[in-house]
Design a protein around this ligand. Structure first.
Ligand code: ADP
Length: 174
């Protein structure tokens, strides 16, 4: 059972803005008006219309997700989710898990069959990647066990060290 699910999940190294999938997930901030890191890269690649649409959304709470079109991206949609700033408190993991759950649920609602996640909260927001990786992968496994529209989930890591962390954890839960 786990194996069939895990075959749908693929960690890769690269730039999420280049991916040909139905939806990419943005690690946004609460304003949804752009920022640094992956958020800045997605806005640059999608073009100014993305910011225009984001202005109509009235921001987003931590652990929630909102969807827009992808504009100049290969992806039809961008799902914007706001990860927690890492504090070391129990709320962190619940909120980070919510980001994955809500993004996957929104993707399903839009009949998305392929989706790509960055390492939400693992940059400026300071979440240790070993901890965040377990939450990302465990939450996705649980989701895919009970929902089968989504056929492929990419985890796009910027660095080879992050890729190794994801690959090792995925191998351990096979
Ligand atoms: P957060 O504020 O949620 O921590 P960041 O954008 O600072 O978000 O970082 C999230 C992760 O995304 C980091 O691991 C960072 O290295 C990575 N990242 C930055 N740019 C890209 C990109 N173009 N594609 C994929 N991952 C990226």
């Amino acid at each position: 059972m786990n194996n069939l699910i895990i075959q749908k999940m693929k960690p890769i190294q690269g730039d999420i803005t280049r991916l040909k999938v139905d939806a990419i997930v943005n690690a946004a901030n609460k304003t949804l008006l752009g920022g640094g890191g992956v958020d800045g890269a997605i806005h640059r690649a999608a073009g100014p219309q993305l910011l225009e649409e984001c202005r109509t959304l009235n921001g987003c709470q931590t652990g929630e997700a909102k969807i827009t079109k992808g504009y100049n991206l290969q992806a039809a949609y961008v799902i914007h989710t706001v990860g927690p700033v890492y504090t070391g408190k129990p709320d962190d993991s619940r909120l980070l898990s919510d980001c994955y759950k809500k993004s996957l649920a929104l993707a399903d609602e839009y009949h998305v069959t392929s989706i790509a996640f960055p390492a939400i909260s693992c940059g400026i927001y300071g979440y240790p990647v070993e901890k965040a990786c377990r939450i990302a992968l465990d939450t996705t496994v649980s989701y895919l066990k009970v929902n089968n529209t989504i056929q492929k989930v990419f985890f796009v890591l910027f660095s080879s060290s992050h890729l190794s962390v994801y690959q090792a954890y995925l191998d351990s839960i096979k």
